[in-house]
Ligand binder design. Structure first.
Ligand SMILES: Cc1cc2nc3c(=O)[nH]c(=O)nc-3n(C[C@H](O)[C@H](O)[C@H](O)COP(=O)(O)OP(=O)(O)OC[C@H]3O[C@@H](n4cnc5c(N)ncnc54)[C@H](O)[C@@H]3O)c2cc1C
Ligand code: SF4
Length: 478
């Protein structure tokens, strides 16, 4: 039984007086309880709460929130339908712009996008746009509302590489326009980071992710899993031998970075990608699966982004004492504020202004600790953030059996190195036009993390949308 920390919600209901400057609070699983399970942390709004929150939106004529959304969802349009209780209409409004509302409602950084620009935020708290989007996405799934499939295809074939948010969005938009689309995915499951990276307690896989992917496939999109483009078949072969008229590359940025410090090759050192993939995709957290993970009992996660928080909170749930080791201060943590807050509530220990120098290894080649040094912040560097500088003589040791590196990722070079005429930049990202996704190679388009480097779900979706338009224009004029 999941304990619910709904104290504030009840208080809110009892008072029955609505303070329009404040959000309707959302129920969450109790921190102590949730630190021991993989069930979802946030429990979402009830219908009553969603309608109440929707009534805080003043449906601005010149809605600034829309300009903050990378796929320009008609936010006041769907919120108005929620307020009136027309949830099917609300779902239809969102589905014009996004195929993944229940996903985005959960993981998008709304606080720096739509909600940051919400007019309500000037004097009080912005409208909870993300939680309302999630509510509509969940309602549509629970009521089996599906997007309409196109009646016929135009006979033109497009290959989409990668079934992450960029590929799924591009494929869905092209299918709606009548194209014959096939997604080629290297893993055995579609979803990209949504299935192998972001943990179950933030984004349930079987219900939320699977059903939104199924909606894309229901548009007539074909899916071939276990196909590694660049090895199983190349882009040139797809176009020259298999009759594809255009290709979209949405292969993400799955290659992890490391620090290059001594001891990094020891047993017990993971990249966050590997640790999370083993837990999420291989279900290491579920004892009924026979693919366990060496979870660790004293774990340090190096880094301060969403990926670091996810790895830390996963290790905690697998039974470890967990440190986040980050070289700047709390103000510079790149993770979403909500994720940092949840991690702290659950008992993750933050070692801020701390940098690893060496991973200490025992006689059997396993991690036994990490030498760290304390840092202080100096003048701003090229990134505009204050540069961390080592404090002389401040070295100390952490006793550990596992270290997880969450230091960012870059695109895997397998596609670029096997595709004639495809240009990349010095970060190994494919060079593509922002407006159309067009690359240096005729008929090949790209978008998402493979172009931008590791970014966000909604930016990848925006790039997939732009490329679908670009591909349509290209093929219409060919
Ligand atoms: C742990 C973690 C937590 C995150 N948390 C958030 C968050 O809270 N909010 C947020 O907005 N963003 C978050 N992100 C970032 C976000 O998930 C990514 O920016 C987004 O998924 C990028 O989408 P994409 O489609 O470009 O790539 P991906 O999601 O990486 O999908 C690419 C797909 O292509 C496949 N592929 C790769 N190479 C090939 C090949 N050669 N042939 C065939 N298929 C191939 C991969 O297997 C994968 O399925 C997080 C990322 C991680 C790793
Ligand atoms: S800016 Fe805020 S109040 Fe205005 S339409 Fe958007 S969500 Fe509603």
């Amino acid at each position: 039984m999941v304990a619910v920390a709904a104290v504030t919600t009840h208080k809110y209901r009892l008072e029955k007086v609505m303070d329009v400057l404040k959000r309707v609070p959302v129920s969450e699983q109790d921190p102590k309880e949730r630190a021991t399970n993989f069930k979802e942390v946030c429990l979402g709004y009830t219908l009553e709460e969603a309608k109440e929150e929707a009534s805080r939106c003043i449906k601005c004529k010149n809605a600034k929130c829309i300009t903050g959304c990378p796929v320009s969802i008609d936010i006041p349009g769907f919120i108005m339908q929620v307020e009136e209780g027309n949830l099917e209409e609300a779902a239809k409004v969102i589905s014009k712009y996004s195929a993944l509302p229940a996903v985005c409602g959960r993981v998008c950084p709304q606080e720096t996008q739509c909600e940051e620009r919400c007019i309500r935020g000037i004097k009080g708290e912005p409208v909870s746009i993300g939680k309302l989007e999630r509510f509509v996405g969940d309602w549509a799934r629970e009521h089996n509302i599906k997007p309409e499939a196109p009646k016929s295809t135009n006979g033109k074939k497009v290959a989409v590489i990668g079934a992450g948010p960029a590929g799924l969005t591009c494929a869905g938009d092209l299918a709606k326009l009548g194209y014959d689309v096939t997604i080629f995915e290297a893993l055995h499951e579609p979803g990209g980071v949504l299935v192998y990276g972001i943990p179950e307690f933030r984004l349930p896989k079987e219900t939320v992710v699977k059903s939104e992917i199924d909606n894309v496939l229901a548009l007539g999109v074909k899916l071939e899993t276990n196909v590694l483009i660049g090895k199983s078949v190349t882009i040139d072969e797809l176009m020259e031998e298999e009759g594809f008229d255009a290709v979209f590359i949405g292969s993400g940025a799955g290659l992890p970075n490391f620090m290059g410090i001594p001891g990094e090759n020891a047993n017990g050192v993971f990249s966050a990608n590997e640790y999370l993939t083993r837990s999420n995709l291989m279900k290491a957290f579920d004892s009924s699966y026979d693919t366990p993970i060496a979870a660790g009992t004293k774990v340090a996660v190096v880094g301060g982004g969403n990926v670091a928080m996810d790895a830390a909170r996963t290790a905690l749930r697998l039974g470890a004492t967990v440190y986040i080791v980050y070289r700047r201060s709390e103000a510079e943590l790149p993770a979403r504020v909500e994720e940092v807050h949840h991690a702290k509530e659950e008992g993750i220990i933050f070692k801020l202004l701390t940098n690893p120098k060496e991973i200490l290894v025992d006689d059997n080649g396993w991690v036994k600790g990490m030498t760290c040094v304390q840092m202080e912040l100096g003048e701003p560097d090229a990134s505009g953030r204050r540069r961390p500088i080592e404090k002389q003589g401040s070295e100390f040791e952490l006793e550990l059996d596992t270290v997880i590196m969450a230091l960012g990722t870059s695109p895997n070079p397998v596609i670029a190195s096997t595709t004639k005429g495809l240009e990349t930049n010095k970060h190994k990202c494919v060079i593509a036009d922002e407006e159309t996704g067009k690359t240096s190679k005729e008929g090949v388009f790209a978008g998402g993390d493979v172009v931008s480097g590791a970014a966000t779900v909604i930016l990848a979706m925006g790039a997939g949308k732009a490329a679908a338009k670009g591909i349509d224009e290209y093929l219409q004029n060919k």
